[in-house]
Design a protein around this ligand. Structure first.
Ligand code: 5AD
Ligand code: SF4
Length: 454
């Protein structure tokens, strides 16, 4: 019997808890696609699941702690229902492997970042009484490989209008603070046709906005096709309304990509470009391969071409050796660029990375204090940037009714700001022309311009 015709009552429940980045969200969606084909259906609580999967993140120590504390809680479910299968995938699994099985008795299987497509085989092994560990890497000697098997496109969630799409995996940059090259391996790009085929399958199931995903997305290269070439191909897809990408690296952000934002109608006026630190000394110790002046020049360049572009960034405070002066340089970048959104983190030493063993670690108290100061400055900049949008006309991609109800819908602008559009009957997936009427700290309220003046 095909999974779509199977009796709903026969289906087994799967609960997937995802930690971390959009790549992990994407991987979890791929896990679910396979499991739907194996007659599983998603449930909204681990208590109702036959299979519980935890997709883990290792980027900071806190992310890893969250995984172990969740696994501790899931142990209770396993004790009351021993038939429940618990699997742990993602970056922590890739790094720790069998150690997780030793540390957490209730876990049945551990699988790495390249092994998620072996779920059915792993589940059979668990059913046969094995405790499974699979963390071997595939395709790693090749720079180009179609690492997403072609299946399951019919099984996507029907109520979503936006989704991620992996175009590369891994990273060759080895920033000294970052665990990703160790948990996801060297960079591999997918062939353009393979990516476009997945994009078309997404469009067929109602997706209207695609975010291209990769650890260093703009170093994408497959044969003659570079990142801008790929954007050009995607821009031609009928039915696709919006394209975004995350995360690019400043060293690979060039005039050609800035120009693409100006000329490709589907490429949103939105750029997430991490700068990490405003101090050249720290950027060098981070092995970021660019100076802060180059980053600032690139900000000027993109704003000249696309004045309305919304820009967001990632910052690490308290990297080993960061002085008060270095930190001030970071604050100065915030004052100069005036970002629309900032993701800032305290440096977290990750085992296996060079920065973890540097001798001049910044005390936790100083890291916390700097992070608080950074947010204090940035919150006021962001609210000024958000308020400046009041009165402007924007396009919102409807994601369906707002959770507060009252005839409002929710969606985002092309600049990626969340918006509530009041008194709006747009369907999920519609593009709605709006006027911004008020601003909250991180979001906007708008009226539907199709309804005329009120
Ligand atoms: N400590 C703190 N933040 C980190 N990031 C990556 N590694 C670390 C670390 N060890 C942040 C960077 C990156 C984002 C995804 O996470 O800012 O851009
Ligand atoms: Fe990590 Fe640097 Fe690669 Fe980004 S570019 S994934 S921060 S190593």
């Amino acid at each position: 019997m095909s999974p779509t015709t199977a009796n709903a009552a026969d289906r087994k429940g799967v609960f997937i808890q995802t930690f971390g980045c959009q790549m992990n969200e994407y991987d979890s969606a791929k896990m679910l696609e396979q499991l739907r084909a194996e007659n599983y259906a998603p449930v909204d609580s681990p208590a109702r699941a036959h299979l519980i999967l935890v997709n883990t993140c290792a980027i900071r120590e806190k992310s890893e702690h969250k995984v172990y504390s969740l696994l501790g809680r899931l142990g209770g479910i396993k004790r009351s229902r021993p038939e429940v299968v618990i699997g742990v995938g993602g970056c922590v699994s890739q790094q720790r492997g069998a150690e997780i099985l030793k540390r957490v008795e209730s876990v049945d299987m551990v699988f790495g970042t390249d092994n998620l497509f072996e779920l059915p085989a792993m589940l059979r092994a668990v059913a046969a009484g094995e405790r499974v560990v699979r963390t071997d890497w595939h395709d790693r000697k090749r720079k180009v490989a179609n690492f997403i098997p072609d299946f399951g496109s019919a099984f996507g969630a029907p109520d979503e209008v936006k989704a991620g799409l992996a175009i590369t995996k891994g990273c060759n940059n080895f920033c000294t603070f970052c665990v990703v090259p160790y948990t996801r391996g060297r960079e591999v790009s997918r062939e353009p046709e393979n990516i476009l085929a997945e994009a078309r399958a997404m469009l067929a199931r109602g997706i209207r906005e695609i975010t291209l995903l990769g650890q260093n997305v703009n170093s994408y290269k497959a044969g003659e096709t570079d990142f801008v070439g790929l954007l050009g191909h995607l821009n031609e897809l009928e039915g696709l309304q919006r394209i975004r990408y995350t995360s690019p690296h400043p060293k690979d952000f060039d005039e050609k990509l800035a120009e693409a934002h100006a000329v490709l109608p589907k490429l949103c006026e939105h750029l997430h470009l991490p700068f990490q630190s405003g101090s050249d000394r720290i950027l060098k110790a981070m092995r970021r391969n660019h100076k802060i002046a180059t980053y600032l020049d690139k900000m000027t360049m993109i704003r000249q071409r696309v004045p309305s572009i919304a820009i967001s960034t990632d910052i690490i405070v308290g990297f080993p050796g960061e002085s008060e002066e270095d930190f001030e340089a970071t604050l100065n970048v915030l004052r100069t660029v005036r970002f629309d959104h900032v993701y800032a983190f305290k440096f977290s030493p990750r085992s296996g990375t060079p920065a973890a063993t540097l001798s001049d670690q910044v005390p936790e108290r100083v890291r916390a204090e700097r992070l608080a100061r950074l947010f204090e400055l940035n919150d006021s900049i962001v609210s000024e940037r958000t308020s400046a949008l009041i009165g402007s006309r924007q396009e919102v991609l409807s994601e369906g009714p707002h959770r507060r109800g009252c005839g409002a819908i929710t969606g985002r602008t092309r600049g990626n700001k969340p918006v509530m559009v009041v008194d709006c009957n747009a369907e999920r997936g519609d593009l709605v022309p709006v006027e911004i009427v008020s601003a909250r700290k991180f979001s906007l309220v708008a009226r539907d311009l199709r309804r005329g003046c009120r």
